[in-house]
Write a protein that binds this ligand. Structure first.
Ligand code: PGA
Length: 264
């Protein structure tokens, strides 16, 4: 895994946006896997800026979001569809029909078929070229809570208490947080051609160290990223503060500027 440590939350967005921009310039019809939550907002802000000021063209870009709360429709202000429209899609020239967020209103008896179809759509689009990920306080990627298999696919899951507590900050009261979600699986995510893992803040430091340097375990589903050949973790100094190899990562990043070295 390549690890880039930057000074600030804004710099995480800038660093990640460079990778997204280079991909879209190389492949205008790139397929992006997108995440919600507080972490990717600085990236989305920077992408909107690059679109507006530098004319980066999203007209052929296709996106698939990782997850959606089960029971919320796209019009609900806490739904991930709403989040994506507000924080990215409305600010760039992407075609809405090219954006996919799992539908949280699918009737329970249609979920299995719907999840299969979601995976099928990703395949038909040619697979995900670049997947953006945050990491949950419990080490989850997407809503793959501790215990999710490395081979898991898109499915309905129950959210863990910690996730419900973490996400209650966006809701009026904790009882309003949905208890279930549709999520891509760890196996689905690992099929992306390239992955960027973003994390900021001291609250993520412990879990980031476990994910990057700890054993691969379904108890920290982000640790499965160690199995993927092309992952870049972009962290601020706080989120990186519990990494044991921090100095080497920093050095690698500096060296890379000069000789384009990928060590980890
Ligand atoms: P956050 O969530 O970006 O709001 O911290 C990350 C996640 O749960 O994946």
């Amino acid at each position: 895994m390549r690890v880039i440590i930057v000074k600030s939350y804004e710099d995480i967005g800038k660093e990640a946006a460079k990778i997204v921009k280079d991909l879209i310039i190389k492949k205008p019809n790139a397929v992006l896997g997108l995440a919600t939550g507080s972490t990717p907002i600085s990236l989305y802000k920077e992408l909107i800026r690059i679109h507006k000021e530098e004319g980066l063209d999203f007209s052929k870009v296709i996106t698939f979001n990782l997850d959606e709360y089960y029971g919320l429709s796209g019009g609900h202000p806490q739904s991930y569809r709403y989040f994506m429209d507000e924080n990215l899609f409305n600010g760039i020239n992407i075609k809405k029909e090219n954006t996919h967020v799992p539908d949280g209103t699918i009737p329970i008896d249609k979920i299995e078929e719907y999840c299969k179809k979601y995976e099928e759509m990703i395949k038909q689009a040619g697979g995900i070229d670049l997947q953006i990920l945050g990491i949950g306080g419990d080490g989850h990627i997407a809503f793959n809570e501790p215990g999710s298999s490395i081979y898991s696919r898109t499915r309905l899951v129950a959210l863990d208490e910690q996730t419900i507590k973490d996400n209650s900050r966006f809701f009026e009261k904790i009882e309003d947080v949905p208890r279930f979600a549709l999520t891509m699986g760890v196996g689905t995510i690992l099929e992306a051609k390239e992955i960027i893992l973003l994390a900021n803040g001291i609250k993520k430091a412990e879990v980031v160290a476990k994910a990057i340097e700890g054993p691969i375990t379904s108890q920290i589903t982000a640790s499965a990223l160690q199995l993927h050949p092309k992952v870049t973790a972009i962290l601020d100094e706080e989120a990186a503060s519990k990494l044991k190899r921090k100095k080497y990562y920093k050095f690698a990043h500096q060296a890379e500027e000069k000789i384009n070295l990928r060590i980890f």
